[in-house]
Ligand binder design. Structure first.
Ligand code: GDG
Length: 519
């Protein structure tokens, strides 16, 4: 079946890429952030959200700018609206989506194709042509809406797997602005990634940026292999040439607001929920797990490991409590609804088997709790159990470390498959698929002498104090605006001779990219 494929990167290099272009911190060059959800301030002018949102918001305020994305609302039967909210020198522009677009692009392709494949979970995929077409269609829709808002010297920073092809569409409309992309989730080895429908287009999508950022060196290496296999090549300095363009790619591990989180945890000690929890433990040691309800987080394997711990160490009965905080997520996606039932059942079985009239081994919370209470609970817990099967970074691991009291820190048990393991090397690193080994690590954590706990924690805390979320933001944006050779068309790469359909290579398209695909 013939499939209309977009042509990318055919525009000449424009003014936004001139070597003499002023840096972001100088006059001109607004920052434009694009993410699926936009934390629009509720009134006082700052978003009520986590570290990433606060850091991006600070970068926007510093330079002046625009934050653009989905409003969180759907419309049926009428044209979606784009609304703008102004707070000081920052605009927050959000656009509604038609229900079908949301289903195809977000629930469908983003969360049933890209998310599982990027987390190495081919068993969790649900591919169909309608979703694939929807992903590209909605990216083009977002590009058209954004096109009405951007200025020639804006620096555009696009976030995450929802928007990989967004820059391609902007380039196709003639925008030559500097554009960066950061992938918050892992990028898998080339053989796995190649399972994605429209894999070649996804890969091309990356090369429309000037800078592509990943969480870890492994993700960046996987990407480099994919580029090489696709006929592109690596140059010096993390630069690549592919699909007729030159661009840069590398690892930019995301951080947290380390000092801010430490202070929050100190306040958290006085929080009512935390105090009640502490009293209810009656001297038992607390093990904590905090994750969105997602199969990538290894919650089932973690419960198995906790069961092994109790099974193998009868002396621990009635001496430990495992608190698993798991807000629901993506319930519209069938794989998640199934997981929700499975985890609840597994916890019920474990409590039934090992519990007693005066001891519930696992306490399971299926809704979000407040920030301060969360930070206080991290601080209260002797063990932070962060055992995803695969994770881009995992901020919970970093928050747990930042929340600890320096005089009596808890122990982080961390999956070696979380991006955070690259930096938090002195955690107890585990293979989350191996329940016995994870159980042994939890036992070791519970028994670890104070001196060793302090030594391991101090090393991790030093890393977190160096690589904060502000530093991450500056490093990415600094690299995006600094390199003179980014975003250049490769020699001979004018993008016109790649055999793609001509009507798609002339800027604004006359028909949907995936129009030739039958649902
Ligand atoms: C993606 C990547 C990468 C959780 N429960 C509650 C709550 N949380 C907060 C945590 C933490 C955040 O949610 C979860 O962050 P993660 O990093 O663990 O996970 P993802 O949502 O999957 O994020 C990931 C991240 O992007 C950033 O690049 O690290 O690998 O998958 O901040 O504290 N917060 C509150 N109540 C809860 O019940 N207040």
């Amino acid at each position: 079946m013939a499939v209309a494929i977009p042509s990318l990167d055919h525009e000449p290099v424009g003014s936004a890429l001139r070597p003499d272009r002023p840096g972001l911190d100088k006059a001109g060059g607004r920052l434009v952030v694009v993410s699926n959800r936009v934390p629009v301030p509720s009134g006082a002018g700052s978003p009520n959200a986590g570290g990433l949102a606060v850091a991006l918001d600070a970068a926007l305020k510093q330079r002046g700018g625009l934050w653009f994305g989905w409003s969180g609302n759907t419309v049926d039967g009428r044209e979606p609206e784009t609304e703008s909210h102004e707070f000081a020198n920052v605009s927050y522009a959000v656009t509604d989506l038609a229900q079908r677009d949301l289903d195809d692009y977000y629930h469908g392709f983003a969360n049933r194709a890209l998310w599982p494949v990027c987390h190495y979970r081919l068993d969790m995929t649900g591919f169909n042509r309608r979703n694939t077409a929807g992903y590209f269609r909605v990216n083009e829709f977002f590009a058209r809406r954004l096109a009405q808002l951007i200025r020639p010297d804006d620096v555009i920073w696009i976030h995450d797997y929802h928007f990989i092809p967004l820059a391609s569409y902007l380039r196709g409309m003639g925008f030559t602005n500097r554009m960066g992309f950061f992938l918050h989730i892992p990028w898998p080895p080339a053989d796995l990634a190649a399972v994605l429908p429209a894999y070649d287009l996804i890969l091309r999508g990356f090369s429309s940026y000037d800078l592509v950022g990943f969480q870890t060196p492994l993700d960046a290496e996987n990407f480099a292999n994919a580029i090489a296999r696709g006929g592109g090549r690596a140059l010096d300095n993390g630069c690549y040439e592919a699909h007729g363009r030159r661009f840069r790619a590398g690892a930019f591990p995301i951080g947290i607001d380390t000092q801010g989180f430490r202070r929050l945890a100190e306040q958290g000690e006085r929080n009512a929920v935390v105090r009640r929890t502490a009293a209810s433990l009656e001297g038992k040691q607390l093990i904590i797990g905090v994750d969105r309800l997602d199969y990538s987080k290894g919650i089932g394997e973690r419960i198995d490991a906790f069961s092994c711990l109790i099974e193998n160490n009868p002396a621990l009965r009635n001496r430990v409590t495992f608190l698993q905080i798991t807000p629901k997520s993506r319930s519209e996606v069938p794989e998640y609804a199934h997981l929700q039932r499975e985890v609840a059942e597994q916890i019920g079985e474990t409590n039934g088997r090992y519990g007693d009239v005066d001891w519930t081994p696992i306490r399971y919370i299926n809704k979000p709790i407040g920030h301060t209470a969360l930070a206080g609970l991290y601080r209260l817990a002797r063990v932070g159990l962060v055992t995803p099967l695969r994770d881009g970074m995992n901020l919970v691991a970093k928050e747990y470390v930042a929340a600890q009291a320096s005089a009596d820190p808890g122990v982080l048990v961390l999956s070696r498959f979380a991006g955070a393991a690259y930096e938090l090397e002195t955690a107890l690193l585990v293979n989350p698929y191996d329940s016995d080994a994870t159980a042994a690590a939890i036992k070791r954590a519970l028994e670890m002498p104070l001196d060793e706990r302090k030594e391991r924690w101090s090393a991790m805390m030093r890393r977190l104090e160096t690589n904060t979320v502000d530093r991450w933001c500056d490093a990415f944006l600094g690299t995006l605006v600094a390199a003179d050779h980014q975003g250049m068309p490769a020699p001979g790469g004018d993008g016109e001779d790649d055999g793609l359909s001509p009507e798609l290579s002339t800027g604004v398209r006359r028909q949907p990219l995936w129009g030739a695909i039958k649902n």
